[in-house]
Design a protein around this ligand. Sequence first.
Ligand code: NAI
Ligand code: MG
Length: 362
Amino acid sequence: ASFNLLLLPGDGIGPEVMSEVEKLVRWFDKESGNRFETERHLVGGSAYDAHGVAITDEAMGLAMASDAVLFGAVGGPKWDKVPYDCRPEAGLLRLRKDLELFANLRPAICYPALADASSLKRELVEGLDILIVRELTGGVYFGEPKEIVTLENGEKRAVDTQLYTTHEIDRIARIAFDLAGKRRNKVASAEKRNVMKSGVLWNEVVTRVHGDYPGVALEHVLADNCAMQLVRNPKQYDVIVTDNLFGDILSDVAAMLTGSLGMLPSAALGAVDPATGKRRAMYEPVHGSAPDIAGQSLANPIAMIGSFAMALRYSCNLVAEADLLEKAVANVLGSGLRTRDIAARGANAASTGEMGDAILTE
Ligand code: NAI
Ligand code: MG
């Protein structure tokens, strides 16, 4: 098959880690029997410098038409004072909005070779492989009214609104059950139905959608208990589906179970394009542009490479190829190669390019 990838390296270490992915894309183009066409565009601060906007309409058009967008990272002190609408994050937000990226997939995988870097004891995390599915476009971050008002007595009152519709919960639940069906057939749905109406509806809709997935086990868990369980015994979970706010927090908790920020990939899935029948999607590392290490070849490319593996799996349906790439990463880590962020203090560390090349050779 043939795939169009839009590469948006962005700022700081974004271009450094994307270069390693480009090597891998070229390898898969040559060796896998599939064609990968890539286009590369600026996004974030670098796009602002060149075009005066955080993302051009041309790049947006390509994003809408591509099989997958690979996104590096945006931002940095250089652009702290640019106009609000042009700030680097505006590029990311426009992509999320226009592609309707409502499902954020955050895997937390603990490689045996790195289990000692976890915040938890080795035996609790070794071999950990969970997937948090966070609703990304609804909930309290976007619900209206959202305001700070001054009351008659001079006090102020801040309002945020947690708001979910049946449709929003239904579609995120389906993503979670579909994914669990390709994993270990277990979904935990986290909400707070004991104190929130949105939790009651969330629980109801997820239960109803579960009726279409008899092969997958469903457990309802209160979100605070879920946070506790993630730290007590994370391996009990397979897929966790939750709303925007709880997902923000739970995915950061899960991240710390696995070690470095430089290791964490993510995917954001969107609406199915009616013209092509394909689901819009963007893949990006969890980390930012790391201005403190940019330009020094110190960045760990594994988060970006893992994001490409997710693109192979979810947008290209190339499961064997995704497995191969993830296995190569595990093998290279098993061989002891480390970038500075995951190396023992004082140990010799590999550069961004050396890590990328080792994974490519593997
Ligand atoms: P950051 O993730 O860029 O860096 C946090 C720390 O982790 C730094 O010490 C950095 O050196 C280290 N780190 C991050 N990725 C690494 C990698 N691949 N290899 C080795 N070390 C790595 O977060 P920070 O410092 O809060 O933000 C820096 C800039 O990035 C800001 O402008 C922020 O707005 C932006 N940002 C962008 C995101 C995006 O594009 N999605 C996400 C988060 C932050
Ligand atoms: Mg967060």
